[in-house]
Design a protein around this ligand. Structure first.
Ligand SMILES: [Zn+2]
Ligand SMILES: [Zn+2]
Length: 379
C-alpha cells in the first residue's frame, strides 16, 4: 500500500498554478499523474478538451455513477498573502475548483483502496466550467457516447454557510442563465448633421430601460427574473462622427429554462420594436448558456442520507441559487444531484479576489461523495 496522497499539498499546488477555461493542460497532467498511481480500471485523458475520466470497477452491467469536479480557474488577480499564491499573473482559483479536484482525487484514493464489487464509479475532472463550454464538450466526446449513468453527482463549496454543512434543494439547484448580445446597425453621419444618419444610441437606451423593467429580482419568490447589463458600446470616440453601430450585452436568469425562454423573447421583441422605430438593423445572439440544474428527488434524498450517515448537518433551500453551472447539462440527461458544501460563514465569496478554498473542507466532500456512491452501487 502506497502512502496516502497529501491532498492539501496537492490542492495548494493546483492553486499556485491556475489555468483558465480551456487551457487546463498542466492541471490535468498533474491530476492524471496522481490518478495513474492509483491504477483506475480505466483512465481517459483529453476528454472534451483537457478533461479526465477515471473509472473504478469492472462491471459495466451494474449500476453506473459519475462524480464530476472542475479543473479551471478564473481571470482574476489574486490579492491574498499565503504561501501558495497563484504564480500566474491575473489568473487564480477563485471558485475553489482546486479544492473540488483535490476532493475527487481523494475519492479516487478511497475507490482504489476498496474497489466497487458491483457496477462502476466514474470520476470526471471537467474542463472549462466557468465559460459554460466544458460540460457540452465532454458530453460530445465520442468516448462518452452511449454511456448511461444511473446517478450523476457534483458539489460546489459555498462561502457563507457553516463549514461542512450539506446544502440541498429539491428541483433546480442553480438558475437557468443565458447571455444576449443585441447588435444594432444604423448609419454614421457628420456629428453636425445627425439627422442624415441613424444613430443606435436612443434605441439602446430604451432597450436597456425596457429590459431592466422586466425584472423581478426576488430570490425568495417562485418566478425569478434577473436582467443584468454587462457591456454597452455605441460608436467610437471620434468627435466628428455620429454613431452608426452599437451593442448591448445582457445576462438573463430565471429558475427554469421555460421561463427564461419567455423572458428572452420579450427582450428580443423589445429590441426589434426599437430597431424598427429608429430605422436600425437588429440581431440578437444568445451565448454563454447554462441550463438550470434540475435535481432528481431520489438523488437529493440519497445525498441527504449520505450527509446524515457521515455526520453532516443538512440545510434545505426553498429556491435555487442565482448563478449558472454547466452541470445542468448532466442533470438534463441523467438523474442527478448538485449540492452545496458550506465553506464557512466568514469565507470571502466566490469569484472575489481574496477567496481561497479552505483545505479543511476536503475530507467532508470526500466523505459525502463516498457514502452516496457506495450506497448507490449497493442498491
Ligand atoms: Zn465560478
Ligand atoms: Zn465554480
Amino acid at each position: 500500500m502506497s502512502a496516502p496522497i497529501d491532498l492539501e499539498a496537492l490542492r495548494r499546488e493546483l492553486h499556485a498554478h491556475p489555468e483558465v477555461s480551456g487551457q487546463e493542460r498542466a492541471t490535468a497532467a498533474r491530476i492524471a499523474q496522481e490518478l495513474r498511481a492509483l491504477q483506475p480500471d480505466e483512465l481517459l485523458t483529453a476528454v472534451g478538451g483537457h478533461g479526465i475520466l477515471a473509472s473504478f470497477g469492472t462491471d459495466p452491467q451494474g449500476p453506473q455513477v459519475l462524480v464530476r469536479c472542475e479543473l479551471d480557474a478564473l481571470p482574476i488577480q489574486e490579492v491574498n498573502t499565503m504561501a501558495h499564491l497563484s504564480t500566474a499573473p491575473g489568473v487564480s482559483h477563485k471558485c475553489g475548483h482546486d479544492g473540488h479536484a483535490a476532493m475527487v482525487v481523494g475519492l479516487a484514493e478511497k475507490l482504489a483502496e476498496q474497489r466497487p464489487g458491483k457496477g462502476q464509479c466514474h470520476l470526471l475532472f471537467q474542463p472549462a466550467e466557468e465559460n459554460g463550454a466544458g460540460a457540452a464538450a465532454v458530453l460530445a466526446d465520442p468516448r462518452m457516447q452511449g454511456r448511461k449513468f444511473g446517478l450523476v453527482l457534483a458539489l460546489h463549496n459555498l462561502p457563507g454557510y457553516p463549514m461542512g454543512s450539506v446544502v440541498v434543494c429539491k428541483g433546480a439547484f442553480t438558475a437557468s442563465v443565458n447571455s444576449l448580445v443585441i447588435k444594432l446597425a444604423g448609419r454614421t453621419a457628420h456629428a453636425a448633421e445627425p439627422e442624415h444618419g441613424s444613430n443606435p444610441a436612443m434605441a439602446i437606451a430604451r432597450i436597456m430601460e425596457g429590459a431592466l423593467a422586466l425584472q423581478h429580482n426576488d430570490p425568495e419568490g417562485d418566478h425569478l427574473r434577473v436582467v443584468t447589463v454587462v457591456h454597452v458600446c455605441i460608436g467610437s470616440p471620434d468627435y466628428g462622427i455620429a454613431a452608426g453601430y452599437g451593442e448591448l450585452h445582457l445576462t438573463v436568469r430565471c429558475w427554469n429554462d421555460e421561463e427564461l425562454r419567455e423572458l428572452e423573447q420579450e427582450i428580443e421583441q423589445l429590441a426589434r420594436n426599437e430597431a424598427r422605430r429608429h430605422g436600425l438593423g437588429v440581431q440578437v445572439d444568445p451565448c454563454f448558456t447554462f441550463k438550470a440544474n434540475r435535481n432528481a428527488d431520489a438523488a437529493v434524498e440519497r445525498v441527504i442520507q449520505a450527509a446524515k450517515a457521515t455526520g453532516h448537518a443538512v440545510i434545505q433551500r426553498e429556491h435555487p441559487f442565482k448563478w449558472g453551472e454547466d452541470f445542468g447539462l448532466f442533470t438534463a440527461r441523467y438523474p442527478g444531484c448538485m449540492f452545496g458544501l458550506g465553506a464557512g460563514e466568514d469565507q470571502p465569496a466566490l469569484h472575489n479576489p481574496d477567496y481561497d478554498f479552505p483545505d479543511a473542507l476536503i475530507p467532508h466532500g470526500i466523505a459525502v461523495f463516498e457514502a452516496a456512491v457506495r450506497d448507490f452501487l449497493a442498491s
